[in-house]
Structure formats: structure tokens, C-alpha cells
Design a protein around this ligand. Sequence first.
Ligand code: ADP
Ligand code: MG
Length: 479
Amino acid sequence: MAHVLGIDLGTTNSCVAVWRDGRAQVIDSAEKERTTPTAAGQPTPGQWIVGAPARWQAQTNPEFTFSGLKRILGRSLEDPLVLQAQSMSPFSIEASPDGFAWVRTRDGLQSPQTVLAHVLRKMRSSAEAYLGEPATACVMTIPAYFGIAQKAAAKEAALLAGLQVVRLLPEPSAAALAYGLERGADKTIAVFDLGGGTFDVSILKIRGRAFTVLATEGDQFLGGDDWDSRIIDAVADPFRASYGVDLKADRVALQRLRDEAEKAKIRLSSLEAYDIALPWIALDPRTGQKLDVFHAMTREALDELTRDLVARLTPPCDAALAKAKLTPRDLDEVVLVGGMTAMPAVRDAVRLLFGRTPRQDVSPECAVAIGAAIRGAALTGEIRSITMNEPLPHSVGLELEGGAFHPILKRGAVTPVRKRADVFTTSQPDQQAVAIRLYEGDLTVAGDNRALGVLILDGITPRPAGEARFDVTLDVDAD
Ligand code: ADP
Ligand code: MG
């Protein structure tokens, strides 16, 4: 079998790895970075710039630079998470004909999967250049909480980029694979993933080479970008006070400031102090003279500015442990994932929260892609097989007459799973067709859950109400 790429499609950054010469190898982007920003921008209609270059022009082309699309992928416009993303988004998020959250591009309304496909296509071509042969298959990672519509959208994004998804893999399970935690004794672990825009914490059980996600919690609006914004404010506020110039109102200045703020944050993970310097960032409105930013920043000052952000890491960790009915003592290992876990204050918080020193020996931005590549190698038979027991994040069931939701597969049912529902019947005399409406969710009114589709069963022999009987079997595969 040809190579199967391991793809981590992240909210902020994506990464691709592949199993080669007996190990998982990360493939550099066209810009020679280990990750590719999950961003695509349109300077003019019909033209797309993707990855790092899209990020470089984000601030000067905000309306048509698309990032953070993973948050809205496969969700309806009314989804509370989409509404929140919409309220903060510089680009326009609108309803598709089916009510899904799409984005307004210079070429019209497009699905997030269509835009994300540009990023995947770019990674695919880096992989093909590296392998020297076409790449057409991948294992793609997804958050453990992704529902059916989100998984379908993720697969579609890959397909649009010419990649068949051979398997979807939960991100925390991928991270555990990257750390080789399926080797040795059975374990219970926590995976702590703090990225650029999202925070996820999951508890996993590993028995032999089988992985089960016991609980997953997080904050979809907490990540490295928030740390960067604090640095931007710390620089821009005193600058405005001194010179009466608002750097945040000038798009070019803000782009430079944002890039420099992120650089400062990253440097302060290894250094105690860093001088933010941005020469000629503005002109003094009174004298017309060139103004520079010079701001001496220390790690201590950054920690002070972001103490409340670190505090927001606690509730999801507590909730995940509570859901798994575990205490920190029950954990055998805590694993760090996501670029932000390089930050000493974040590591200290993890140490306090879980009462142990976390594992961080695999590069945190690449661990998920590495795990996906390992999963791919197990599928191609290069290494021993691995089993993923994935509990359904939401119940799946039907709408009953009157609108109530009837779950057939309950939340937490481990996939693959097949279940036959109780016998259903007609409600009208001589009824010849029934509409079976499938929903995913846990709310009692079917329509409040996520609609998955409708199956029309017709050709029913006319009979008095309640006499035609049929049953429904739901079959959910490993994806
Ligand atoms: P995601 O999985 O959410 O797409 P990543 O895991 O790649 O994102 O994390 C990206 C975030 O990590 C960015 O905010 C980036 O600035 C931050 N980051 C990367 N390296 C470091 C570092 N050494 N110290 C602090 N933050 C870092
Ligand atoms: Mg990630």
C-alpha cells in the first residue's frame, strides 16, 4: 500500500507527517516550517494564498483572510459556538442554503471545508515533494468531541484536496500514540492540548493497543492568540498615551505588532527577557517625526499580564477528571500537546493541576500529526494494529410524532456499534409513507438537536393507523 499521510488539521496550525524508514517523520512546509498556519487569504477574486503567506497579510486583508475555520466546520449558523465565532470574526460568516456556517469569500459564499481544502492541498504537495510520489490517502485527526456532521465535513475537506481519509483519529489518541503509550502496561492518561485558539483536555484509557477516550472538555476560545493580544495591549496602550497614536487602528502597524508579540511570547518561553522593538512604526502627528516601539518585556511581566488566562485552564481539567470519575492520583501519565505548552507558566499550571510533571519529550506542535502517521502505518501493516474505541460524543436517534427526540444510540456508546430500535408504526390511517428524521444531540426536543438527514420510507401498504410496523437499525462505523 502506498504511503498514508498523517494530517493534523489544527485550528491555528496544521502539520503533516508520514511513516518512512521505520519511523514517523514530520514533513516541512514550503516555507521550511514544521507546521502550516491553517489560514487562506484572497487578495483578489480567484486568487488564494495559503499558510504562512496568508498569515503575513492577515491584518491588512482581514475581511478575506480566513482562519479558525475548524471551529465552525460542519456546524449550523445557529450553533452557539458559531455565533460566538461570528461576533469576533473579521470575515463574514453566513448561512449556507442548508443552514450551515459558511464564509463570504471574494468568489461568493463557500463552505469552510472548501477553504480548508486549500491548506490541505498545500500540505499534500509538500508531502508529495518529500516522498517523490503522489499521496492520495491520509489519516486525519479530529477533536474527540466532533459529531457526525463535523466528521463528514472534515472528510470532505480532505477529499476536495485529493485525499481519501482512510481513518479519522481523535487528537488525544493521536498524541498518546506519538508518545508510544500503547507500549508497556495499561494506563490512564490525561492529554493537555493548548494551541493557538483552543484548549482541549482529555482523559484516555489505554488497554493493550486499544484506546478509549473517557472524557473530553475544553474552551473553544482560549489559546495562544489571547496571550499575544495581552502583549499587544501592553505595548499599544502606553504608546497611545505617550503619542496619541493608536497602533491597533493602523492595519499595517497592527500586523507588525501582532507578529512581534507572538515572537516575544515564544522567546519568553526560553528567555527571561525580550526587547520588543519595532522601528518606524508610526509618525508623530504633532511633529511628523518617525516613532519607534521599544518595550522591554520580561517573562515575569508576561506571566503577570496573563495570570487570568492561565486560571481559565483549571475548570476544564477538573470537569474532565470529574466526568471520568477520576482524581489526579489515578493518572499514570500527563502528556502535553499544542505550541502553548512550551510556556513555563502553562507547564507550571499543569504540574499543579495534575500533581505531576508532564511528558513533553515529543514536539508539542507535531505530536498529533506524528500519532496520525503511526496510525497510518498500522493500517498499511507496517506496524501492529491499533484499536480505537470511540464513544459517541452525542446520542443519535429519531424524531417521534409530536417532535420528541428518541435516542437509539446513547451518548458514550462505543463505536463501531449497531443497534436496532424498538418497532415504530404509522400514526394516520392508510399512511403510505413515513419520514424518518435522524438527529444527533442530547436535548429532549428533536429539532433542538443537530439534524443529520431524513429517510423517506414509502410504499407502505395502506392499513389502519398503528398497524404498519417497521424497525430502524443504526449502524455507526469506526469513523
Ligand atoms: P493548534 O493546534 O491550535 O492549531 P498549535 O498547537 O500549533 O495550534 O499552537 C500554536 C500556538 O502555540 C500559537 O499561539 C503559538 O504562538 C504558540 N507557540 C508555539 N511555540 C511556542 C513557544 N515556544 N512558546 C510559547 N508559545 C508557543
Ligand atoms: Mg493542535
